[in-house]
Structure formats: C-alpha cells, structure tokens
Design a protein around this ligand. Structure first.
Ligand code: NAP
Ligand code: HSE
Length: 426
C-alpha cells in the first residue's frame, strides 16, 4: 500500500502548517527505539513519506553513545525539538504517562507500543487525546506485527466481537515451542528469546503472564468497550510446565500454548491468562515460536483470525512507523468513556497432571473422585512410570476453578500425590 503525502492534509490535521517531512521526538532509545531510528529512513521508499527522528530521550546518556541521534536526558529538550509525533518507547507507567499527557496537551500526536501504560492509564490517555483532538495510536502494543486494532476500531459493525482467544505473548510462545520442538530447557529457551529481543526488559513480566494480561485488558477495552483491571484477571505463568507435560498433552491430542482469553456479555466478562491445553485442531495449536495469533468470535458465532509476528524490535518499529504516518495524517479517533466490567473466571475444560511416588489411583477411581465434584473426565493418558514415580495426565469436561481445585485436593489426599492443573480450550 502506498500512502501519498498530501501537504494540505498534513497541515489540516492539527490546524497548523507543517513540512511534508514528519519529525519524531523519541522517548526511549532502547531496543525498540533504536529500531525506529534505523528503519525510519526506509519510510520514504515504502510509503512515499520522509520520516526523521529529530531527538531521543534516555535515562543515562552513556547508554546511547553509539546512536546516530541527538540524545538528551531532559524531556523538555524533546518538546523543544518541535516534533510532529512523539513515539513513546520507554516502557512502564512513569514517566511515560506524564510525558504522553504533556505531548497531547501540546497538540502533538503520540504513538506508543506500551501495553502497561495502556492497560493502567489507557482511559485517561484516550480521553486526553480526544479532548485535545490529537491522535493517540497504539497498534504495536498487541501482536506487534499484525495491524488489526486500527482496522477493527474503524469498523465497529464488522467488529461486533463477543469473545477473543489468542496467543499474545511472543516470548512465552517461543519458550514453550522450543521446549517441545528442540527439547531444550526452559532457561535456555528464555535466554534465546531475550537474545532475539522478544522479551520485556524485565522478562518476568512475560513468563508470569503480566505482559499478556495487560494486552488482554487493552483488547477488552477496545473490542468490548469496557474497562477491566488487569490484576482482576486470573493470571498464571509458564514456569511450572515440564517436558512430561508437553509429551502427555500430545498423547491427549493437543499441545500447550500461552493463552489469553476473554468473553463478555455486558457487564459481565470472564477472562483468564495462562498456559493451556489446546486441541490439535484449534487454529492456535499450530502457531509456533514468537508468532502470535488471535481468534475473534462474534455474536452469531462467526470467527475471524489474525496471525503474525508478535514481538521483536524491527517488527514493532515497522508498525510504530505506520502508526506515525497515520497519526501525522489523521485526526483523533472517536473516544467514548468505557464503563467498568465485572470480571470473573470462566468454566473451561482442564488439563490435569497427577504425580505420586507412592502409587496413583486407577482410571475408574480417579473418575469417581472427579464425579463427586460433578467433574467429568474426558480422556486419560497412559500411566508414566519413567520419572521415579507415577504420573498420569487427564483432560476434563468444562467446570469451574473451585470444582477442579476440590478434585485435586481429594486426589492429593487419596494418593499423597501432587496434582497441577491448567486450563484447556474446548
Ligand atoms: P528497553 O530496551 O528497556 O529501552 C527503554 C528505553 O527507555 C531506554 O533507552 C531507556 O534509557 C529509556 N528509559 C527508560 N526509563 C526512562 C526514564 N525514566 N527516563 C528516560 N529514559 C528512560 O525497552 P524496549 O524493549 O525497547 O521496549 C520499549 C517498549 O516497547 C516497552 O513498552 C515494551 O513493552 C514495548 N514493546 C516491545 C516489544 C519487543 O518486541 N521488544 C514489542 C512491542 C512492544 P536507558 O537505556 O538510558 O535506561
Ligand atoms: N515481550 C513481548 C512479547 C513483546 O514477548 O510478546 C511484544 O509485546
């Protein structure tokens, strides 16, 4: 697609005259910021519009020694460089929030890929952007390389969505995929994801599910039109998943993926984030590595899926630069305040690992413990005696978390064992 630079449109968008070269003030010149600096010159070739990064903010000037850009540790100097668009690539909530609000108040369009900022302060920032009549774009904040948020925002009738299920974190999908595919350890897979630039500066945000839950809050805000507090959503990390879990998930006809899911029926929303059993036939089952994907379902049961690169500095910077072009050429998008939603955990099938050193119950005994909690077993793996004890994995039919927790408590008591449970997709 070619975006033609129309000087009149550029001038009209903020009510003031501009040159046809778009000037960016860059907040944060880390992995993503540096990729923005590196890729900005290619915008002229791809989009027919020159983009130049005119100033960059860092915390420590020594960190940007090799960067071909005037750097400062003073935010005032960024605004003094008269940018048309501020790109926020600092991460976290402060000083990002304060600086984005200042940019909007000054009538400067803002582009960010910061899901933490949007999850915790999106409402305030969107209202400020709308009040100022200035675009605030955040396409790269969720599934960085797939531009679907803007499309759905502009097509609310087409996007009459009532549920979303997706893989929205590249690091954890990469780690789980590589543990299974290449049989490498969790630690080695995570180190590789960090080396590739997929992980957050603090990778515990990825592996503990916090990055995904913030993205889910952004998606729900946009697609359901309601506010959810990220901490109110059930969130689990990928840390407990073992090689044996991967093997037995395969035996039960599926795979383990880092899932983020939400379904709504106003004002109620049920949501969770965590590693989950995904049946092999599900569209998300084959999405490997740092690739992300999301399945959106509408009220009539129709499904639309988006799949593509989810993480990495270059992928993110490309989407940011497209946002910069749009932000420079367009007005603010309509903003309507979002009411708060009631958040609950859904009923789902469960993937259960039973392990004991002193012998497990047999299949019918397990089924009868489950039945006492109205939980029904769908499939059971073969008994695994390879690891110095006995292990068995089950898939249940859908039930609530409190039911499955009562089942695991009863099974642990009966076998002196240790059960672990993860959600499964139907
Ligand atoms: P990063 O490598 O840690 O870079 C952060 C930059 O911000 C550094 O230049 C840092 O300066 C600067 N900075 C941080 N706090 C500051 C402060 N208080 N004052 C001034 N400068 C400050 O982070 P990143 O990986 O580029 O990520 C940036 C953002 O992009 C995050 O919101 C992340 O979630 C998002 N994102 C990342 C990806 C990805 O694939 N990596 C994809 C989508 C979205 P110093 O170096 O001097 O500390
Ligand atoms: N750390 C994030 C991920 C970057 O791995 O998905 C993209 O948002």
């Amino acid at each position: 697609m070619t975006v033609v630079a129309d000087h009149a449109v550029v001038a009209q968008s903020n009510g003031r005259e501009r040159s046809s070269e778009i000037h960016i003030g860059l907040l944060g010149v880390g992995r993503v910021g540096r990729a923005v600096v590196r890729l900005a010159p290619s915008a002229a070739k791809v989009a027919g519009q020159r983009i130049r990064v005119v100033s960059g903010l860092v915390r420590d000037l020594r960190s940007g020694r090799d960067c071909p850009l005037p750097l400062t540790d003073d935010p005032g100097a960024i605004f003094a460089s008269a940018p048309q668009v501020i790109v926020e690539a600092l991460g976290g909530t402060e000083p990002a929030r304060t600086l984005v609000l200042e940019a909007l108040a000054r009538g400067i369009a803002v582009v960010t890929a910061n899901k933490t900022l949007l999850a915790y302060h999106g409402e305030e920032l969107l209202a400020a952007a709308w009040a100022a009549g200035v675009p605030l774009r955040y396409e790269a904040s969720v599934i960085a390389g797939v531009p679907f948020l803007g499309t759905l925002a502009r097509r609310p009738f087409a996007a009459n969505i009532t549920s979303i299920t997706g893989i929205v974190n590249g690091t954890t999908n990469y780690v789980l995929s590589e543990m299974r595919r290449a049989r490498i350890s969790y630690a080695d897979a995570l180190a590789e994801a960090q080396r590739c630039g997929y992980a957050e500066a603090d990778a515990s945000k990825d592996v503990n599910g916090f990055d995904a839950v913030e993205k889910l809050a952004v998606l729900v805000r946009q697609l359901a039109g309601v506010r959810v507090a990220a901490p109110a959503i059930e969130t689990r990390g990928i840390g407990g998943i073992t090689a044996a879990d991967h093997e037995h998930a395969a035996e039960l006809g599926g795979t383990i993926k880092p899932i983020a899911s939400a379904a709504w029926d106003h004002p109620q929303i049920s949501a969770f984030v965590g590693p989950s059993f995904v049946p092999a036939a599900h569209p998300l089952a084959k999405i490997e590595g740092s690739t992300n994907g999301i399945c959106l379902r509408d009220r009539d049961g129709r499904e639309v899926s988006f799949i593509g690169p989810g993480a990495g500095p270059d992928v993110t910077a490309s989407t940011i630069l497209d946002d910069v072009l749009e932000a420079a050429l367009e007005r603010a998008l309509w903003h309507e305040p979002a009411p708060a939603a009631n958040t609950a955990a859904p009923s789902t099938p469960w993937f259960v690992r039973l392990a004991s050193r002193s012998g497990l119950l047999d299949g019918p005994e397990i089924a009868s413990v489950c039945a006492r909690q109205n939980v029904w077993v769908e499939r059971t793996s073969s008994l695994d005696t390879r690891r110095g004890g006995e292990g068995r994995w089950l898939l249940t039919y859908p039930c609530r978390r409190d039911q499955i927790e009562r089942v695991t408590t009863a099974l642990n008591a009966a076998t002196n064992g240790e059960a672990a449970v993860w959600r499964a997709l139907a």
